[in-house]
Design a protein around this ligand. Structure first.
Ligand code: BG6
Length: 284
C-alpha cells in the first residue's frame, strides 16, 4: 500500500494491539485489515489510486449490479464513487471500534440508474473479528432492483495451500463454462486454475484456510448474502489485467459474499440489510 494517502481519503479504525482496518472513501474499498499486525487482505501492487478506477484488491463494494451491466460500468458504480464519512471511528464500552460511511444518489448515478438511494456501510472492528454491514435504503417512491456483493480479496502466501470449506453439496454456476450448473463434491475446495464460480444458497459459515501469512484461518459469516463468488484469475488472465501483477494470483483468493444470482427488490421508503463478518483463528 502507498505509505501515505491524502488527508480525508481514508478512514482508520484502530482498536489497539495493532488491530486495525483502513477503508478508502473511493468505492468504500477496505484496503487493509490487520490482526495483531498481520495483514489479512490482499491489494495488488499495481492497484491504481486515481479516484476513478476501481481499486484492485481489498474489499470494494459491488452495487447496484454484479458483472457486466447494460446501464453502466461492470460491477456498478458503488466501487467507483466517492463515499462520505457518516460516523467517525468511535470505541464503544466493549472496545469495539465502529465507523460508517455512506453514499447517496447524485446526477451521475441517476443518469445510469434513475433511483434515489442511500447506502450506509457500517464497520465494526474487534481484536480478531471484523463486521461489514451494508444497508441499502430506497429513498425513492418507486421500487428498485439490485444485486450486490462484497468483493473480498483475501491474502495467502500460497494459493495452492489455501482452501475453502463449507461448499460441499452446493450447486454452483461456472461463469467460465457458459454458466453451467454443477454440484460441488469436495469438502475442501482448492484451486489450481482460473476460477469464477457463483456458489448458490450457501451456509452462513465458511472457512478459508491459511490466510494472511499462512498461519491463520478465516471464518466468514454472512447475513442476507446467500451467494459466494469464488474467483482467481490465474496466470493467463492475470497477465491481461493492467492493474494486477503477473504472479500475484498466487497470493490471493477472492471469496465474495453476495446477493447476485437473483436481484433484490426494495420498495420505496424501505431498506435491505446484509453483512459479512470475518473472524481469524489459528490454522491447524
Ligand atoms: C468477480 C467476477 O467477482 O470479479 C469475475 O465473478 C470478474 O467475473 C472479477 O472477472 C473481477 O472483476 P473486475 O471488474 O474487478 O476486473
Amino acid at each position: 500500500l502507498p505509505s501515505h494517502f491524502p488527508a480525508g481519503d481514508v478512514v482508520l479504525l484502530d482498536c489497539g494491539d495493532d488491530n486495525t482496518a483502513l477503508v478508502h472513501l473511493h468505492g468504500a474499498t477496505l484496503l487493509s485489515w490487520k490482526v495483531n499486525g498481520e495483514e489479512i487482505l490482499f491489494v495488488s501492487e499495481k492497484a491504481v489510486f486515481d479516484g476513478k478506477k476501481a481499486i484492485r484488491g481489498g474489499i470494494p463494494i459491488v452495487f447496484p449490479n454484479f458483472g457486466p451491466w447494460k446501464l453502466g460500468p461492470q460491477h456498478g458504480f458503488g466501487r467507483i464513487k466517492r463515499w462520505s464519512l457518516a460516523i467517525p471511528p468511535t470505541k464503544d464500552k466493549h472496545g469495539t471500534v465502529i465507523a460508517a460511511i455512506s453514499l447517496e444518489d447524485d446526477e451521475e448515478t441517476r443518469r445510469m440508474w434513475n433511483y434515489k438511494f442511500r447506502l450506509v456501510y457500517t464497520l465494526e472492528l474487534q481484536a480478531t473479528s471484523f463486521t461489514m454491514n451494508l444497508s441499502i435504503h430506497n429513498t425513492d417512491i418507486k421500487a428498485f432492483d439490485f444485486t450486490t456483493l462484497l468483493h473480498s480479496y483475501i491474502r495467502t502466501p500460497d494459493i495452492l495451500n489455501t482452501s475453502v470449506t463449507g461448499l460441499s453439496g452446493l450447486v454452483y454456476v461456472d461463469k467460465l463454462k457458459k454458466n453451467k450448473k454443477s454440484t460441488e463434491l469436495r469438502e475442501k475446495v482448492f484451486m489450481d486454475e482460473n476460477y469464477d464460480r457463483i456458489y448458490l444458497e450457501c451456509p452462513k459459515d465458511l472457512i478459508v484456510s491459511h490466510v494472511g501469512c499462512g498461519k491463520h484461518n478465516l471464518f466468514i459469516k454472512t447475513f442476507n448474502l446467500p451467494d459466494i463468488v469464488i474467483w482467481n484469475p490465474w496466470e493467463e488472465k492475470a497477465k491481461e489485467m493492467s492493474d494486477f501483477g503477473d504472479d500475484e494470483y498466487k497470493y490471493m483468493i477472492c471469496v465474495e459474499g453476495g446477493m447476485v444470482s437473483s436481484p433484490v427488490t426494495v420498495n420505496g421508503g424501505k431498506q435491505f440489510e446484509c453483512s459479512q463478518t470475518f473472524i481469524v483463528t489459528p490454522a491447524d
